[in-house]
Ligand binder design. Structure first.
Ligand code: DAH
Length: 362
C-alpha cells in the first residue's frame, strides 16, 4: 500500500475506533478493543510489522506516520478510559448517598445459655442458699472413685448397670457424678454440704430419653444426726424451687450400692401430665432423683467415721430435669445442635407444662 493509501487507512481506523468505543461503559470491554487495535497482533500492530516491506527510502516516513497514528489512538483509548472510570466513581458515590446511617441495623438473634446450663444454675442457686459448696470432679475418672470407693467392688453386678467407656490408660469416662462424693469427703472432711454438677458418659443406645453424654448433679450432706427426713425435706424443696410450685412426686425403694437405704424419687411426667408418653416410658412417672442414706462403707472410704456421722446423697438427672422444665420431649434436641433449643423460642416438642399437673408432693 502506498503512503496515501496508508494515511487513508489510518484515518478510517481512527474514525472507526472512535465510533466503536463511544458506547463502551465497561473498562474490560475497552481494554479488549484496545488490544484488537493497537496491540501487537491488533490492526495497527500488524501494520507496524509491514514497515520492513516498504522501499528503504520510505521506511522512515512510514514509521513516523504509523507511530503518530499509534500515539493518537492511544490518546483516544486513554480518554475513553478516563470517561468510564469517572462514570463508575460517580455511580458509586450516588449509591453511597442512598446509605442512611440512621436506619436501624439488622439485629442478630440473641441466644441464651443452654437449657441444661440454665437448670444447673438454678439448682446451684437453691443449694448455695442452703449452705452447700459447689465441687467439680474429673470427667476421666479412676476405677477406684467411680466404682470401688462407692462400694461397687470389681465383679459386683452393679457395675453392669452402668455401661462404661473404658480408656486405654485403664481410666474411664465417669458414668455418674457420684465419684465426687468420696473426693469431697477426702478433701473437706465432715460436716459437709456439697453439690457436684457435671457431665457423665455411658455407652447407651440413643433414643428419646437416653444419650451417651448427659448431666447430673450429685448432692451430699454429712453431719451428725442426718436422717431420711432431712433428705425428703431437701428434695421437696429442690423440686418446688426448680418448678416454681409443688410437683407431684413419689418415693420408692431403689438399690444403689453406695446408699442404704436407697430410694428412687419419681416425679409426675410433665410432658404428658402423667398420662404416659415415650419420655416416661408410658408410666406417667419420671425417675428424676435417685437418693439415699450414704452407706457406712462409703463414709469409711472417705475417711469419715460412720458411728459419728451420717448423711444423705442424691444424683439428680439434670438433663432430664431440663426436659421436664422446658417441655422438651426428646433428649436429642439438647445435644443435636439445633439452635432453636438455645434461642429463647416457644418449646420445641411436647405440650406446655400445665399448672394443673401439679399434685401433692410426697
Ligand atoms: N450415681 C447414680 C447413677 O447415676 C445415681 C445416684 C443414686 C446417686 C443414689 C446418688 C444416690 O447419690 O444416693 O445411677
Amino acid at each position: 500500500m502506498d503512503i496515501d493509501q496508508l494515511q487513508q487507512t489510518l484515518a478510517d481506523l481512527e474514525a472507526e475506533t472512535t465510533a466503536k468505543i463511544a458506547g463502551i461503559t465497561a473498562i474490560d470491554e475497552l481494554r479488549h478493543v484496545e488490544s484488537q487495535t493497537t496491540g501487537k497482533s491488533g490492526t495497527l500492530g500488524q501494520m507496524l510489522g509491514t514497515i520492513k516491506d516498504y522501499p528503504a527510502d520510505q521506511r522512515g516516513q512510514v514509521g513516523k506516520i504509523l507511530n503518530q497514528a499509534k500515539g493518537k489512538l492511544t490518546g483516544i483509548f486513554k480518554q475513553a478510559g478516563d470517561r468510564i472510570r469517572q462514570a463508575e466513581t460517580s455511580a458509586e458515590a450516588s449509591k453511597a448517598s442512598t446509605f442512611d446511617p440512621t436506619l436501624p441495623g439488622v439485629r442478630p438473634p440473641l441466644g441464651t445459655a443452654h437449657p441444661v446450663t440454665l437448670v444447673q444454675w438454678q439448682v446451684e442457686d437453691v443449694f448455695q442458699r442452703l449452705g452447700f459448696m459447689i465441687e467439680t470432679g474429673p470427667e476421666m475418672e479412676t476405677e477406684y472413685y467411680n466404682f470401688e470407693a462407692l462400694n461397687i467392688p470389681a465383679l459386683h453386678p452393679a457395675r453392669d448397670m452402668q455401661d462404661t467407656f473404658w480408656m486405654t490408660n485403664n481410666m474411664l469416662l465417669r458414668t455418674h457424678t457420684s465419684p465426687v462424693q468420696v473426693r469431697a469427703m477426702e478433701r473437706h472432711g465432715p460436716p459437709l454440704r456439697v453439690i457436684a454438677p457435671g457431665r457423665c458418659f455411658r455407652y447407651e443406645t440413643i433414643d428419646a430419653s437416653h444419650e451417651n453424654t448427659f448431666h447430673q448433679v450429685e448432692g451430699l450432706m454429712i453431719d451428725k444426726n442426718i436422717s431420711i427426713a432431712n433428705l425428703i425435706a431437701m428434695m421437696r424443696l429442690l423440686l418446688r424451687e426448680v418448678f416454681g410450685r409443688d410437683v407431684k412426686a413419689r418415693l420408692r425403694p431403689g438399690y444403689f450400692p453406695f446408699v442404704e437405704p436407697g430410694f428412687e424419687l419419681d416425679m409426675s411426667c410433665l410432658i404428658c401430665d402423667g398420662k404416659g408418653c415415650p419420655t416416661c416410658k408410658h408410666t406417667g412417672w419420671i425417675e428424676i432423683l435417685p437418693c439415699g442414706m450414704v452407706h457406712p462403707n462409703v463414709l469409711r472410704y472417705g475417711k469419715i467415721d460412720p458411728h459419728e456421722y451420717t448423711g444423705f446423697a442424691f444424683g439428680l438427672g439434670l438433663t432430664r430435669l431440663a426436659m421436664m422444665k422446658y417441655g422438651i420431649g426428646d433428649i436429642r434436641v439438647l445435644t443435636g445442635g439445633d439452635l432453636r433449643a438455645i434461642v429463647p423460642t416457644p418449646r420445641l416438642t411436647g405440650p406446655t407444662i400445665k399448672p394443673e399437673s401439679a399434685g401433692a408432693a410426697c
